[in-house]
Design a protein around this ligand. Structure first.
Ligand code: GLC
Length: 472
């Protein structure tokens, strides 16, 4: 079985978010199961790869917008793997600036990624069409299946489309359909989509791919509803029997820890002490320390709920630390808390990206708050459990599938600050009890490594291969 993973990022070479982590870890776990994988991504200028480790592997001539563009394929070994190859598609005109800090405009992004999709298909052809499954991720890869179908017909590989976040859809100018070389009338699914004046890339991925999956089972069910479906719920319901849910794993090698469920008490205490010192907070270890680490995205991550709960945490004798950046307005609002004399010894707001501090926060905190409005999988609750910081989460998506009430953390249902505050209250009441200690040990014993999820992907690939054989 040979798989090609197609995505906009692959950690540690190109990492913007959780998607990059998945693409950097899943192939390694698959390789351990004997599944051969390659990865293909755009060669953005900020890609972290030593040029001495790159080999120029192919030159592709990619038709796009009525012209032919040269794309050089550079190949590197995925760090940590034995032989997973990352193919970086280089064309400096197209792949010049998509990054965390310098976001392309929506229209440019659509051009960049529709070109990428076209180049990926040329890559598959130039690689003698040897992949059994082309595994596409998120809206950036939405046109791959159509183009494979046009170029290779029945000989095309099977396609699996993974939705990491349904609300980023890649909507824009339908002329890109012509630019990639798709002829109007050839694909009714596209004609139907563009009849309202724009093209929706994720919709194309969802409607055209053989199989679809999301990154947790609960999110798979949620996206069939109006609340989570982003307008695509009807389409998803139609494809329900071809849609699956597989939870992401976590790469524990990235997260060293010096304790486990047998000896955590003293070690976590000293980590907490060091953290409080470093952040200039009052070092009273009897105060429960709550944390949030991650993107300050007001639409997804529930930071408005955290904002409302924060004064309550402090008023009830707790402390709070935040690490993350994103929305400037919310960054400023949170920083206001640290200006108040009543709160400044108990609240630390760090609006930056600092992976070392992140680990210090996971190990030093007692609880991690993740009150997301929606969460396809989520990584912070998994890392928190690994470091014995109990997650307090909204019961949605991957948060619901990974945290167990009063066993490894606390859950609340409604997207409402009073529910979050009640869950925090529960955690505070238990904080000094043996039950709390038992929960920390439970969390430390959880195993969310990639192996289990990779086995499920292997089974799904096989199912897809069988499905295509029987429908050929
Ligand atoms: C997206 C989702 C997140 C998920 C990640 C990786 O960033 O928002 O929930 O964990 O993709 O699949």
């Amino acid at each position: 079985m040979k798989i090609l993973l197609v995505a906009a990022e692959v950690a540690p070479i190109i990492k913007m978010g959780g998607l990059g982590d998945v693409i950097g870890s899943l192939p390694i776990a698959l390789e351990d199961l004997g599944v051969a994988c390659d990865v293909v991504v755009p060669y953005f200028p900020f890609a972290k790869v030593e040029s001495s480790r790159l080999v120029k592997h192919l030159e592709l001539q990619v038709p796009y917008g009525g012209q032919t563009h040269q794309v050089n394929v550079y190949t590197a070994l995925l760090p940590g793997s034995r032989e997973v190859r990352v193919h970086l598609l280089q064309n400096d005109n197209m792949f010049h600036g998509h990054s965390k800090t310098w976001k392309l405009q929506n229209e440019q992004e659509l051009e960049v990624f529709s070109f990428f999709d076209r180049a990926v298909v040329e890559f598959v052809k130039a690689s003698f069409n040897l992949y059994d499954v082309v595994h596409c991720h998120d809206w950036h890869t939405g046109l791959v299946t159509h183009l494979l179908q046009d170029e290779l017909g029945r000989e095309r590989p099977g396609t699996l489309f993974t939705v990491h976040n349904l609300l980023y859809q890649g909507i824009g100018d339908p002329t890109i359909v012509r630019n990639v070389g798709i002829v109007p009338g050839d694909h009714p699914l596209i004609d139907w989509d563009v009849s309202d004046g724009d093209l929706n890339m994720i919709q194309q991925g969802i409607t055209s791919s053989d199989f679809i999956n999301t990154v947790s089972e609960t999110y798979r069910d949620e996206i069939m509803t109006a609340e989570f479906g982003g307008g695509l719920e009807d389409i998803l319901q139609n494809r329900e029997s071809h849609t699956f849910g597989i939870l992401n794993g976590i790469d524990y090698k990235m997260f060293p820890r010096s304790y486990d469920s047998t000896d955590w008490q003293e070690k976590k205490n000293s980590a907490k002490n060091a953290l409080l010192h470093k952040l200039n907070l009052s070092t009273d270890l009897t105060k429960p320390l709550y944390a949030f680490v991650g993107r300050m995205d007001p639409h997804q991550k529930g930071i408005d709920l955290i904002y409302s709960a924060l004064p309550e945490i402090v008023a009830k004798g707790g402390q709070f630390v935040l690490l993350g950046s994103g929305n400037a307005e919310w960054e400023e609002k949170f920083k206001e808390f640290t200006k108040s004399n009543a709160m400044k010894n108990d609240v630390s707001i760090n609006t930056l990206f600092d992976p070392k501090l992140a680990i210090e926060i996971y190990s030093g905190s007692d609880f991690l708050i993740a009150p997301s409005r929606y969460e396809p999988c989520g990584l912070i609750q998994l890392i928190a459990m690994w470091y014995g910081s109990l997650p307090i989460v909204r019961a949605t998506g991957g948060l619901k599938d990974t945290v167990t009430e009063e066993v490894t953390g606390y859950l609340f249902e409604k997207y409402d600050a009073s529910e979050l505050i009640a869950a925090i209250g529960k955690s505070m009441n238990r904080y000094t009890t043996p039950e709390h200690k038992q929960m920390v040990s439970n969390a430390l014993n959880k195993d969310f490594s990639w192996t289990k999820s990779a086995k499920k992907y292997q089974e799904l690939y096989q199912k897809l291969i069988d499905f295509r054989r029987s429908n050929a």
